[in-house]
Design a protein around this ligand. Structure first.
Ligand SMILES: CC(C)(COP(=O)(O)OP(=O)(O)OC[C@H]1O[C@@H](n2cnc3c(N)ncnc32)[C@H](O)[C@@H]1OP(=O)(O)O)[C@@H](O)C(=O)NCCC(=O)NCCS
Length: 178
């Protein structure tokens, strides 16, 4: 996979995905602190300072490169409201694999925004980054998350017990399956 240090925002019909900025920390904290959003995510901190620190840390990383997650803030094109965030990360020891994650604030859920944003992210992973495989993990009971993965063409490849309990599913799409 290629690193993309010159990332240009991804524009869809209704949304823009751009690199997260420090001033996004407050609105992102507001929805990540919602128990319904937080319960399926592995975030250590959801307070504005913690999120801001993560954004600062990610500034030095390039999407597709080493070092961990790079997060994009999802905004509406019309009016610029911040509606969620998505992330992409290379996987240690698996050079062609891009791992993705996604969150939409409750006030903006149910409009197809996650599907639209994640479709753009998957296209970007295969196109600009040259990924061979895109992967997403979710709690098996998290139906909206599974629907998003399925909507953009990812397929269930594995289901297993999480070490802290509960079933986890792994969804993937390979370049030659598209
Ligand atoms: C998962 C999430 C990103 C979906 O965001 P969204 O913008 O509402 O998603 P979409 O509008 O694109 O809808 C996705 C699908 O979920 C379905 N869905 C939404 N809420 C649902 C619910 N409560 N029960 C069943 N299905 C539901 C929608 O009908 C849609 O399916 P369809 O395309 O077959 O009609 C959002 O619910 C979220 O952020 N949840 C909390 C964080 C999270 O779990 N992230 C994923 C971790 S792996």
């Amino acid at each position: 996979m290629r690193a993309d240090p010159e990332f240009k925002p991804l524009v869809t019909e209704r949304l823009v995905l751009r690199r997260s900025r420090r001033e996004d920390a407050e609105p992102i904290s507001a929805y990540r602190s919602d128990p319904n959003v937080n319960r399926y995510q592995g975030w250590d901190r959801t307070d504005p300072e913690g999120i801001r620190a993560e954004i600062v840390e990610m500034e030095s990383r390039a999407p597709g490169g080493a070092g961990g997650w790079v997060q994009f803030t999802v905004e509406e094109r019309d009016g610029g409201r911040l509606v969620g965030d998505v992330g992409i990360s290379a996987v240690d020891g698996e050079p062609g694999v891009a791992k993705i994650g996604y969150t939409i604030a409750p006030a903006f859920q149910g409009r197809g925004y996650a599907t639209e944003a994640v479709r753009a992210l998957v296209d970007y992973a295969f196109g600009t980054l040259g990924a061979e495989r895109v992967r997403a993990f979710a709690a098996a009971e998290n139906v909206p998350s599974l629907r998003v993965a399925e909507n953009v063409g990812l397929r269930l490849v594995e289901r297993y017990e999480h070490r802290h309990g509960g079933q986890v599913v792994r969804y993937e799409l390979a370049r030659d399956e598209r």
